[in-house]
Write a protein that binds this ligand. Sequence first.
Ligand code: PLP
Length: 161
Amino acid sequence: MTSWPGIAQTSSEYTFLRDLRKVYPQILSGKGNYLTTKDGREVFDACSGAAVSCLGVANQRVIEAIHKQLKSGTPYLASSFWANDVVEDLSKELIQGTNNQMGRVYLTGSGSEAMEAAIKLSRQYFYEQDPKTPRVNFIARKNSYHGNTLGACCRERVVHV
Ligand SMILES: Cc1ncc(COP(=O)(O)O)c(C=O)c1O
């Protein structure tokens, strides 16, 4: 493992974990609400994933759904070039979840991308009506978190660009 001046030995040589000076548990596997570490400890995982990818730990229904989709030969079709029943079903469910207040869905791969898309969509909506629109500001709470893209970071009022 590479050692860096001023930085303690970390749990990963190749990735950026949250704090480079901290040693994080190495996770081997998971079941139910528990994760098993490489050194044999069991960790209770109360949130089962970050907010927007909260898929649980070894959830059988999720595993089977992913497996079924992979076997269909069309693992990822949520693009703007193809229509697909699975994407259609998910979109319909999401729309119904808004009590049909929303009419269309734009699927993304992460919360950061969703934020980025929302920023661009709302900006474009008003720009199309008036290129000189004064509606260029977004309201954000101080130190909130909306993702790791530049647009999302700017909304967090942590980084100013
Ligand atoms: C409100 C909110 N927006 C955006 C994000 C960013 O999502 P992702 O980490 O999937 O890019 C998160 C992640 O926790 C979030 O809670």
